[in-house]
Design a protein. Structure first.
Length: 195
């Protein structure tokens, strides 16, 4: 294959914003085992809309080990994501893709965060440049995931974020690139960064 074509292909890859679901887009409720427990943060749709307007692909990545643990069926994840996309659409926002890992940590799968499987799949399937992308989440695992693929890491203080920062940040081998109060502040920071 001609080198010029490969370089052109590399330049066409786009940066993206990868968002954790529970604790970042929506309230953290432990294992979300019924659709009635899904509650999106009030500012989440507007934050995602601003990323949409900036033409940044928005991809949801979420660990859902409750499936493997037998706490809820996999069909519930689909139902929750349909509800979330409907609520986003009412506010003029959308996500470009949704990925989830249904496994437990001891299943040693490649997709469970902080392993990069979901990001690598999204990059292949949607032409994304992980090294120019952003990962936003409320756990240190999201920070590890970002650093592992060369992306920028944003920790939100919603969900588990504030507690993890206070309790554990002195032991973290690498800090997030930015700490935001919520997804809205994370979006503000992302939109100010060179892409």
């Amino acid at each position: 294959m001609p080198r010029r074509w490969l370089l052109a292909e590399a330049r066409s890859l786009r940066p993206a914003v990868f968002l954790d679901r529970d604790g970042t887009i929506a309230e953290e409720v432990g294992y979300l085992d019924h659709i009635s427990r899904f509650r999106m943060f009030p500012s989440a749709a507007q934050a995602i809309h601003r990323l949409n307007v900036a033409k940044l692909p928005v991809v949801v990545i979420t660990n859902q080990s409750g499936v493997a643990r037998g706490y809820f069926p996999e069909s519930l994840i689909t139902a929750v994501h349909e509800l979330m996309t409907t609520q986003l659409a009412k506010e003029g926002a959308h996500v470009d893709a949704l990925y989830y890992c249904p496994h437990k940590e001891d299943d040693a799968c490649a997709c469970r965060k902080p392993r990069p499987g979901m990001l690598e799949s999204a990059a292949r399937e949607h032409g994304l440049d992980l090294r120019r992308s952003f990962v936003v989440g409320d756990r240190y695992g999201d920070v590890e995931l970002a650093h592992g693929v060369g992306a920028r890491a944003i920790l939100v203080r919603t969900g588990y974020g504030a507690g993890q920062m206070q309790r554990d940040s002195a032991k973290w081998p690498a800090l997030p690139d930015f700490v935001a109060e919520n997804l809205a502040e994370a979006a503000d920071w992302i939109l100010r960064q060179p892409k």
